[in-house]
Design a protein around this ligand. Structure first.
Ligand code: WTA
Length: 670
């Protein structure tokens, strides 16, 4: 296995003709980006269209210190623009009208299509006109619940065209979770599809939306329009699946996309919005349970998505780029939609899963479209490396030049397999660290320039200054490990949490005044490489899906039979982490198979299938301090069956620990 010292030079194949071809060149550009942010980003801004130019005196301002007043970040104040204009009209005018924006590859290999920049612009305008006709105005939120289809992209850009704020919720979230988010953002219009196949499983999206809308109504919030794409009728069903699926439609509220959109005009004048007007919001888990509506604005996000995409993937005009992330996550927003389109890129949009119709699907898609950049998550790599290498090797993957990883730390074994088996030792790997909040990559190698170490995110992107702090808030210089924070913003950093600026300041700027706090730990090695070690707060990362322990605990305790619950992360060979739950039943409750089944089902319904616990253990009592605080450190030890629990002298009742070890269920294997 590679050690911290193993270094892989950027591949010659990736370096040749790259935008940045050497470490000194990166260092020089990086210096400039932090010494002269106005100059650096100002030059990049010149490639885009501004209806009103920015005021040079107010190009970049911020405050990160709560003691000095409210936290804010502003880029390009005074400028007005429209993101959809920059992604579509500008590219069409520059001669890319007939260029393919997306190759769509369906769940079933028989289903595929393509969309050019010109056609995408027309579709966006049509939908924008429909949204306007349903009363959507600048600043209004639009809820979106979509599979990976071209209309998802059309919907986001149609919102941007009229200055509406899209709030897309990953279609793996349950009706309850979706309803909570619709009510929080106050959306009156929802866009969805009748359903979609994931592998051979049918996801009845519209039915989930119906449940969510009734829950909203019960909370006093009415969704007035639900626009539904008829997707199931145009795709191939998996073998043996029933062809019939009826979609219930509520008259007056629900309209079929095909009854409204094709008839609308294909031109729609863009709404010019201000640089700091919101572009979209996207919910992410909060450590106190309630999801946080991370808000991104217009100019800064556009610049940052465009620039990170260009340099981190080293995208060149004839490349075909493929990011496998679902559009429901920030990776889907920045690196399926905004970043690629801002660069007039050609991308693959994939609806399916890596395992359907067989475990070689990813590689057959790479071969089919001659993909040059492939971007996926460590959990997918770990799942695929379990199968015979021949599944990969029988495909021609020589088109690949850059391989990306995102969502969680990538373990060296997975990194090496990706490098060797998928990349044939010819590709550079970019292990990109970032967050919903950061808008785009913040720590990452550049494929033609920076040496790589398996498992290290490496170096900061342009304009990003990482700092490591110790518990006392003192900066760690040189080698060391601490909290990963940033003393000033780059253009793509979120601006607030929707409707809750106090929570924004409290969550991200209070622990270490003067810094944006990521919630992750990181270490810097002797060569200056940064290694993100994972969350330092009560967050879990299951297959790249971030969730909080508090969120799952509160759902478990909703069950009548449960008195108390505590959830910890347990390392998992494929998912990275999984949920290990400790449950104390009520006086008249019984811990049996039925309770287990009900709890698992309840978590699926309240949060989503991806949050289902792997282990639920009976805990007659939880290890608590005298002041009543649950000692999660001990629970984490029980989860992995490590009896080296350390100091337990502060526990109110020390016998609990032994009892918990003795009661580990058989399926909890160490
Ligand atoms: C984790 C996903 C290590 C990290 C873009 C972060 C990573 C959280 C990496 C954000 C990486 C993401 N190496 N850890 N390359 N990428 N993370 O908001 O803990 O869904 O805070 O954004 O994922 O997850 P989010």
């Amino acid at each position: 296995m590679p050690s911290e010292k193993s270094v892989y030079e950027p591949s010659a194949h990736a370096s040749k003709g790259a935008y940045v071809t050497s470490l000194p060149q990166y260092q020089q550009m990086y210096r400039r980006s932090v010494d002269d942010p106005e100059g650096f980003w100002g030059e990049i801004a010149r490639h885009f269209h501004w209806e009103t130019p920015a005021d040079p005196a107010r190009f970049f301002r911020y405050n990160f210190d709560v003691a000095k007043g409210p936290i804010f970040t502003k880029w390009m104040d005074g400028a007005t623009t429209n993101v959809s204009y920059n992604l579509l009209d500008r590219n069409v005018r520059n001669g890319h009208g007939d260029k393919v924006a997306f190759y769509w590859e369906g769940n079933h290999p028989d289903d595929y299509s393509r969309l050019t920049y010109r056609k995408l612009l027309e579709e966006v305008c049509r939908l924008a006109n429909v949204l306007k006709s349903r009363g959507v105005q600048k600043g209004d939120r639009v809820a979106v619940y979509m599979p990976m289809i071209l209309e998802a992209v059309v919907t986001l850009l149609a919102c941007a065209r009229i200055g509406a704020v899209h709030s897309l919720v990953f279609a793996g979230f349950s009706a309850d979770s979706f309803a909570e988010r619709i009510v929080d953002c106050g959306a009156r219009v929802l866009v969805t599809a009748d359903g979609a196949w994931r592998g051979d499983k049918l996801i009845a999206l519209k039915s989930i939306c119906d449940q969510a809308m009734s829950k909203c109504a019960a909370d006093g919030h009415n969704v007035e329009t639900c626009l539904v794409i008829g997707h199931l009728g145009r795709v191939t069903s998996p073998k043996g699946a029933s062809q019939r699926h009826k979609t219930p439609m509520t008259v007056g509220r629900d309209i079929w996309w095909h009854d409204a959109v094709p008839q609308a005009s294909s031109s729609c004048y863009p709404e010019w919005v201000r640089a700091e007007d919101p572009l979209f919001m996207l919910y992410t888990s909060g450590s106190t349970g309630k999801p946080k509506g991370v808000l991104h604005t217009t100019a800064g996000y556009l610049l940052y998505a465009a620039t990170t995409f260009k340099y981190v993937f080293d995208y060149r005009p004839d490349d075909v780029y493929w990011c496998t992330a679902d559009v429901g996550w920030i990776t889907g927003h920045t690196y399926v939609v905004y970043g690629p389109l801002a660069n007039a890129a050609t991308s693959v949009l994939f609806e399916g899963t890596p395992f359907y119709p067989d475990h070689g699907r990813f590689w057959s898609v790479v071969e089919k479209y001659r993909v040059t950049q492939f971007y996926t998550a460590p959990t997918a790599i770990r799942a695929l490396m379990k199968f015979d290498e021949r599944l990969v090797k029988r495909h021609d993957l020589t088109s690949l030049r850059v391989l990306g990883s995102v969502g969680e730390p990538i373990n060296p074994e997975a990194w090496l397999w990706y490098y060797r088996v998928v990349g044939g030792e010819r590709c550079s790997i970019v292990d990109t660290f970032w967050q919903t909040e950061t808008g785009g990559h913040v720590l990452t190698p550049l494929p033609g320039a920076t040496p790589m170490k398996p498992g290290a995110a490496g170096f900061p992107f342009f304009g990003v200054e990482p700092v490591l702090l110790d518990e006392g808030g003192k900066e760690i210089i040189g080698e060391g490990e601490g909290y990963l924070v940033f003393p000033r913003p780059w253009p793509g950093l979120m601006r607030t949490l929707f409707g809750n600026h106090d929570r924004y300041e409290l969550t991200y700027f209070t622990k270490f005044p003067g810094y944006y706090c990521t919630g992750d730990g990181a270490k810097r090695d002797a060569d200056g490489f940064l290694w993100v070690t994972g969350r330092v707060d009560d967050m879990l990362n299951v297959s790249g899906h971030l969730m909080s322990t508090a969120e799952v605990e509160s759902v478990l305790t909703e069950h009548r039979g449960v008195a108390e619950a505590a959830v910890v992360a347990k390392p998992h060979p494929v998912k990275g982490e999984c949920l290990y739950c400790f449950v104390t039943v009520t006086e008249d409750g019984v811990f049996d198979e039925r309770l287990l089944r009900e709890l698992k089902q309840h978590v699926r319904e309240r949060i989503g299938p991806f949050a289902q616990p792997d282990v639920i253990q009976n805990a007659p009592a939880l290890p608590k301090t005298r002041s009543g605080k649950i000692m999660r450190r001990i629970l984490r030890k029980v989860a992995v069956n490590d009896r080296d629990v350390g100091d337990v002298s502060t526990l109110a009742d020390g016998t609990v620990v032994e009892q918990l070890f003795a009661m580990r269920p058989p399926d909890a294997a160490a």
